[in-house]
Ligand binder design. Structure first.
Ligand SMILES: NC(=O)c1ccc[n+]([C@@H]2O[C@H](COP(=O)([O-])OP(=O)(O)OC[C@H]3O[C@@H](n4cnc5c(N)ncnc54)[C@H](OP(=O)(O)O)[C@@H]3O)[C@@H](O)[C@H]2O)c1
Length: 359
């Protein structure tokens, strides 16, 4: 089997380290480089365990990574870093590799049109790693009329509404289904993560947000469904395990990963419920800003600031939605390029900090 070269951006994170595990299990991939931001010790021990040839630190900027991608032109780049920083990295990866595996939905939320332009200029493939979007990709056909994405509802899904104000970081970080990085875990409880995923799905599958339904599904077994014009519904099921979509992205269109574990339907109940507006107000913002990249960038930037502030104990859990609504309302603009988006990102962060001060 031909050996394919891989660079993992965000190797020390939850997605990055699961990717290394999958690569080791499947063989026939060579990890040319992995990046870390602050976890030097973890990066070193992963590099040793998984034979990663080079470590790149991104704390002081992305120049070394960009130069490496230019020079080595890997077959595959996995982008697994949170936030706006993922957008310029994704654009560079699309121009220097043959396949980008995208975990960082924020790149499409903020700069979806830039990502699509970069794809048109090159022959690079873009494969989503989010389990829901990987599922839709596997189910997709031209007669799709609408899609369903499922959500766990996050750690506070069963809390009384009046108690949400009191939720502490350790409560919110206790995700009922997935073990992930801190930001996405907090974003699961506010369902901002699912708001991002609605926008991501629109970009990937040429849909309007009104064609993307989201339901809470506690069992985490159904990842997505597509509704076809002849009345057929195709659903994608499997145990929640990010190693499966990672492996699929690496080996697409083949399926080489072996993991013979399936739910027993005779003993399984599949439940779906509506996403309550009063519990998840920040989720519904995504539907209002679908056609406005300035507000989408503001939505992400304000959320990054709020998650950090919540983890530091500076704001309450319920303040996150308040700050997001305010920042998204105030930020306006028509970004034309990456620099414009960077300016919007910076202005939104500043505004989010100001709104937090006024709370
Ligand atoms: N975890 C999942 O199951 C999952 C599923 C679907 C999609 N995603 C998406 O994948 C992305 C990563 O999520 P995760 O859960 O793997 O996060 P994570 O565990 O927090 O890991 C983040 C990774 O990015 C690095 N990093 C942090 N800030 C950075 C910055 N400003 N610039 C460059 N690198 C930075 C970290 O390095 P250090 O550790 O060295 O600081 C780490 O390697 C997010 O966009 C998330 O939404 C995650």
């Amino acid at each position: 089997m031909v050996e394919r070269t891989v660079v993992i951006v965000g190797m020390t994170g939850s997605m990055g380290s699961q990717a290394l595990e999958v690569i080791k299990k499947m063989g026939s991939f060579r990890v040319l480089a992995g990046t870390y931001h602050s976890s030097f010790d973890k990066a070193q021990s992963l590099a040793k365990e998984y034979a990663v040839e080079k470590l790149i630190c991104t704390k002081d900027g992305y120049e070394e990574l960009e130069a490496f991608l230019e020079q080595r032109r890997p077959d595959i780049v996995m982008v697994c870093i949170p936030g706006f920083a993922s957008l310029p990295v994704t654009l560079k990866a699309l121009r220097t590799s043959r396949r980008v595996l995208l975990a960082s939905k924020e790149a499409l939320v903020c700069g979806g049109w830039l990502v699509k332009e970069a794809m048109k200029e090159t022959s690079c493939e873009l494969i989503p790693l989010d389990s829901e979007h990987s599922a839709v990709m596997q189910l997709y056909e031209p007669s799709v009329e609408r899609i369903l994405l499922t959500s766990s509802g996050g750690a506070l899904r069963d809390w009384k509404l009046e108690d949400l104000d009191r939720a502490k970081p350790e409560d919110v970080l206790r995700h009922p289904v997935w073990k992930m990085g801190k930001r996405i875990t907090i974003d699961s409880a506010t369902m901002v993560n699912k708001g991002f995923e609605v926008l991501e799905a629109c970009e990937l599958f040429q849909l309007q947000a009104s064609q993307v339904e989201v339901l809470i599904h506690r069992e985490g077994l159904v990842h997505a469904a597509v509704f076809l014009k002849d009345g057929t519904i195709k659903m994608h099921l499997g145990f929640p395990d990010m190693r499966v979509p990672i492996a699929y992205g690496l080996t697409y269109p083949d399926r080489r990963y072996e993991h013979r574990k399936w739910p027993n339907f005779a003993e399984t109940q599949l439940r779906f419920q509506q996403v309550e507006k009063c519990r998840y107000p920040a989720f519904y913002l995504a539907y209002q800003i679908e056609n406005d990249y300035a507000k989408r960038t503001a939505y992400n930037a304000a959320d990054e600031v709020c998650v950090e502030a919540f983890l530091q104990g500076r704001i309450r859990f319920t303040d996150i939605a308040r700050v997001l609504a305010k920042v998204v309302e105030k930020i306006e603009g028509t970004p034309r390029d990456l620099q414009d988006l960077k300016d919007v990102d910076e202005a939104s962060r500043k505004l989010a900090e100001e709104v937090i001060e006024w709370l």
